[in-house]
Design a protein around this ligand. Sequence first.
Ligand SMILES: O=C(O)CCC(=O)C(=O)O
Ligand SMILES: [Fe+2]
Length: 280
Amino acid sequence: MFEVDVTKLSEQLDDIVEELLNGGGAVVIREAFDAAAIANARAIIMDESKDPDKETHFQGANQDTIHLQRRVWNLLAKGKVFEDMVQHRDVVAITSAFLGNKFHLGSIAANRLLPGGPGQEPHIDYPYWDMYDREGFPARINSSYPLNLQVTIPLDPFNEASGASAYLPGSQRDLHYPEIGERDAFFEGCSRMSGNPGDAVIFNGMTWHCAMPNNSDHDRGAVLIEYLPKFVIPLEDQLSGVPRDVIDRASPLLQRLIGIGRPYPKLFDEATGENTIGRD
Ligand SMILES: O=C(O)CCC(=O)C(=O)O
Ligand SMILES: [Fe+2]
């Protein structure tokens, strides 16, 4: 994986965008979050995922072991540490370069794989995540510009044994949901998002990827952040789900990420009679 050098980030941004769109599709910032933040986040997620009772995805073939994969959704409601996580300075700089500087938050959730937990089907992420239903998408939609950026933050060692996410470098260049007949090629050609707790793996959501089975004797947790351009509907309903006190103390950036002040949809009949949009 392309390693981001945060000391030279402004000079590297073009290369990072190129790597995400036309290279391997994933880059990593090592040690983006310190041990205290990760311990705090992990403790909350372990506590919040005692029961396997939340909606999950890409697990259709794993009904016997699905309880060993657990989600915690809407993390902005679950701890202040997550407010900091979605505002990481270098991740924000990369996301601004990739999605435009008015991007917002699609989701911040956790995916926990207990020992023995199942992997997922190879897939692409929201808003492309149901693209197996191709007719639901615009004619000629393609990979030339992005509608998603994903960030995976391991909370436990991410390696082959523990089920580090797999991805197929370069697969983002030909935007489509992996066919069943393409799965062998995926598993034969895939790389792993290996890393340590606190790393931040940033990838283009068009890149074929999936959680892999956890064959280790320890948990494999991760925080999954999804950023979207300003015009893509968020996946999670932050406006309903984020508590008032979090919104009241939110920085301007966090407010924008949550969708506070998002202009549309709007009741134009109730707006003042003035010109608002246009260069002049
Ligand atoms: O937890 C992982 O390794 C990946 C999860 C994922 O890709 C997803 O749920 O969309
Ligand atoms: Fe995914």
